[in-house]
Design a protein around this ligand. Structure first.
Ligand SMILES: Cc1cc2nc3c(=O)[nH]c(=O)nc-3n(C[C@H](O)[C@H](O)[C@H](O)COP(=O)(O)OP(=O)(O)OC[C@H]3O[C@@H](n4cnc5c(N)ncnc54)[C@H](O)[C@@H]3O)c2cc1C
Length: 482
């Protein structure tokens, strides 16, 4: 956690720098007033205190390239920023970074939709929800969907290889991109906006920038994959006796539906109870309380009633074999939205239960039950009364293993044990062949842990790639690899 106090930027040497920037992008696109900088320097969870002399908002790829060159001449690093919804401090510079923030928010044009090719070409600053809506208007689906979709930008989504609720069927952001346009750390533009599904002409360079968290270059535009819009969707909420039963149920849903599962989310009783207690409008969809639940979405390209039948077949069979204990199937879109509201409300609800220590981890799907058993036991042994709220994309093996403080405990004392809890949980994750960052990335928050858990060979390879593309270390410094 950063404790450095930002210094005021009164240095007159900055004047030349600002003048060059203003000449490049126009005075309105160079923000220096503290009230204009503030929203760009506040990280969502308040873990980092940001500091930068200015925020630049270029309006075109050429302007981004010019800004990068000017910064390089002045020895100033560049921190790209999208919607600033990242949860690992990746888009925030601190004082010692000597960096500006480069916001992509003005580059928000959908350049092209090619319905025959099932692709769309978008600028990096397009808000994810706007991309979804543009695709929908063209009778296509762009399936990336996550809680922050009204704010996060596609450049940020690609740079963090965002996951979300549809990964099971459509993949992560990495699986949804065909081409990229990138401004490199030396200011060159890589025009890689290919709209090809087959292209075996050497290293697939776009994948260096996807998940690169802005450390290798600035994504300015992308060609995204589109899909046929589902015509039918069925949502069910089922109580399961154990996480192992949830995994078994997932397998049945996949097999019986012919891979029609788009979402499969785990919800613990405490998560549902918190939502009911703290978020208006959330109610328990079942008659009695159970320990674990799953929220399941099936989708199909045709609407002939067969999807509902499939869901009923799965649930009835599961009920007979006690794989589920009770279930409800949404009879309307309103009911489906109410079931999803439970899932979405959990993060907000947990804030009202005092301090929480978070983990965004993944293990092979088959190891989720083992992980949960071991991790819950381990953290409970260290902090008696701790309240684990493990939830999330069990269909991808991705659990948000959040820990609420014991009732009545001191919040600060509890949060002071963040690193200790991380170590306990991450040790178990890694012993199961898992990842300490399933979705949110490394940013600044997990640089040390990543170096600890990844093999020396892998870290060395990452450093070599960073050094090859960004020898001066001016692109989002001290993030991902330090
Ligand atoms: C309520 C909520 C729910 C969330 N749910 C999910 C979820 O389900 N799945 C998930 O994966 N994440 C989730 N997140 C995390 C976050 O929304 C994602 O990481 C998102 O992809 C970040 O996009 P952004 O535009 O906000 O990026 P930012 O936060 O602005 O930046 C994130 C990183 O990308 C870099 N970056 C941004 N734009 C560019 C660019 N154009 N070129 C190069 N680098 C760039 C930044 O430097 C930084 O390192 C959630 C966050 C919130 C607040």
């Amino acid at each position: 956690m950063n404790t450095e106090v930002p210094q005021p930027h009164t240095d007159s040497r900055l004047a030349d720098f600002f003048t060059e920037l203003e000449n490049a992008v126009g005075p309105k696109a160079v923000l220096t007033a503290s009230e204009d900088l503030a929203p760009h320097l506040q990280e969502m969870r308040g873990l980092y205190l940001g500091d930068a002399p200015c925020v630049i908002k270029p309006g075109s790829t050429e302007e981004v390239a010019t800004v990068v060159k000017i910064c390089a001449r002045h020895g100033m690093a560049v921190v790209p920023q999208g919607g600033n919804t990242g949860l690992v401090g990746g888009g925030i510079p601190i004082t010692s970074d000597k960096a500006i923030v480069l916001s992509l928010s003005r580059m928000n044009t959908v350049r092209e939709i090619d319905t025959a090719n099932y692709t769309m070409t978008v600028e990096a600053g397009c808000i994810l929800q706007n991309i979804q809506m543009a695709a929908d208007k063209a009778d296509r689906l762009f399936p990336l969907s996550l809680g922050a979709e009204g704010t996060c930008q596609i450049g940020g989504n690609l740079s963090t290889n965002a996951g979300g609720i549809n990964v099971l069927r459509y993949g992560n952001a990495r699986d949804l991109v065909l081409g990229l346009e990138v401004v490199l750390p030396d200011g060159q533009i890589w025009h890689g906006l290919r709209a090809l599904r087959k292209d075996n002409t050497g290293y697939d360079l776009k994948h260096l920038f996807v998940g690169g968290e802005g450390t290798l270059g600035i994504i300015t535009a992308a060609v995204l994959k589109l899909f046929a819009k589902p015509r039918d969707r069925v949502t069910a909420f089922a109580a399961v006796p154990t996480p192992a039963a949830a995994v078994e149920l997932l397998g049945r849903c996949r097999t019986i539906s012919g891979e029609a599962v788009s979402s499969f989310e785990l919800i613990p009783r405490i998560g549902l109870a918190n939502s009911i207690k703290h978020v208006a409008g959330v109610t328990d969809p079942l008659d009695q309380a159970y320990d674990w639940y799953v929220l399941v979405d099936l989708v199909a390209g045709i609407e002939d009633g067969s999807l509902s039948e499939t869901m009923m077949t799965v649930l009835e069979g599961a009920l007979e074999e006690e794989l589920i204990l009770d279930a409800t199937v949404a009879a309307s879109e309103t009911q489906a939205a109410a079931l999803w509201r439970i899932r979405e409300a959990m993060v907000e609800a947990q804030k009202h239960e005092g301090g929480s220590i978070k983990h965004d981890v993944s293990v092979p799907i088959s190891s989720v039950p083992d992980f949960l058993e071991r991790a819950i036991a381990a953290v409970s042994e260290r902090i008696p009364g701790i309240r684990p709220v493990p939830f999330g994309h069990i269909g991808d093996g991705n659990i948000h293993f959040n820990l609420s403080q014991p009732v009545g405990a001191d919040r600060a004392n509890f949060l002071a044990r963040w690193d200790e809890m991380n170590e306990v949980v991450h040790d178990i994750v890694v012993s199961l062949g898992g990842s300490i960052s399933a979705e949110h990335g490394i940013g600044r928050l997990k640089v040390q842990s990543n170096a600890h858990y990844k093999s020396a060979v892998e870290i060395e390879l990452m450093k070599k790639i960073k050094a090859a593309l960004d020898p001066e270390g001016l692109m989002n410094p001290h993030k991902v690899v330090d």
